[in-house]
Write a protein that binds this ligand. Structure first.
Ligand code: SF4
Length: 183
C-alpha cells in the first residue's frame, strides 16, 4: 500500500512555533476542504496541487531530523482532498518512527482527531477549527486545544500490564507565554 500513497504537500519548513520547546520539521498539507471563515492560509485550500509520494516525504523528514530537528509536525490532513483517515494514520505512523510527531487538525470533530492521532502514534495533537474572532493557539480566547499525548498503564496485582490507554494533557497554555497579564 505504502508505495502508491501520495499526499498534497504544499510546503515543508523548520519551525519553533508549532510544538513547544521543539525544533520541528513541518509538513504542510493542502487541498484543505475545511473552508474556515478568515482562513489564515487560503493557499492551502487550492485543490490543484501536485501530490508527493510517501517515500519522498519520509526521506525528507529523516534528512531534517538528521540535520538537527527533534520533532515532526503534520499541518492538516483531517479534512483534505486526496487524504483518507487511513492514509493519514499511515503517514503519521511512519513519521512517528522517525521522530516524535504532532498532528495539527482544523477539524471540529475532536474525538475523531484523537482517534487518528493515537492510531498514528502521535505525541501531540492540535484540534479545532480556526475561528477568526477567537484566534489561534496564541490567543487566550481560542477554541483550539493543544494536547500532549501520553499513555497510562493499568496493572494487576502481579504488576502485569492489563490495559494501556491514551492520556491527553492540555498544554494550550504554553502558547500564551508571550501574552502579558495572563493569570
Ligand atoms: S483548516 Fe486551516 S487551512 Fe483549512 S480552511 Fe481552516 S484555517 Fe484554512
Amino acid at each position: 500500500m505504502s508505495r502508491v500513497l501520495k499526499y498534497p504537500v504544499v510546503n515543508t519548513d523548520i519551525t519553533f512555533n508549532e510544538i513547544p520547546d521543539k525544533m520541528s520539521y513541518a509538513i504542510e498539507l493542502g487541498a484543505c476542504a475545511q473552508h474556515c471563515v478568515g482562513c489564515h492560509s487560503p493557499e492551502l485550500q487550492d485543490e490543484n496541487i501536485a501530490l508527493t509520494p510517501l517515500s519522498d516525504i519520509l526521506e525528507e523528514a529523516q534528512d531534517a531530523i538528521d540535520a538537527g530537528a527533534n520533532a515532526i509536525v503534520v499541518m492538516g490532513g483531517t479534512n483534505n482532498k486526496h487524504i483518507t483517515d487511513e492514509s493519514l494514520i499511515y503517514l503519521l505512523h511512519k513519521l512517528s518512527w522517525i521522530a516524535p510527531t504532532g498532528l495539527y487538525s482544523g477539524s471540529e470533530d475532536e474525538d475523531r482527531d484523537k482517534m487518528i492521532a493515537v492510531a498514528g502514534g502521535c505525541t501531540w495533537l492540535k484540534t479545532g477549527p480556526y475561528v477568526e474572532a477567537l484566534g489561534g493557539l496564541e490567543s487566550i480566547h481560542t477554541n483550539q486545544c493543544f494536547y500532549h499525548i501520553t499513555q497510562t498503564y493499568r496493572v494487576d496485582g502481579h504488576n502485569n500490564v492489563v490495559s494501556i490507554s491514551p492520556c491527553f494533557l492540555d498544554e494550550t497554555h504554553k502558547f500564551w507565554k508571550r501574552v502579558k497579564n495572563v493569570t
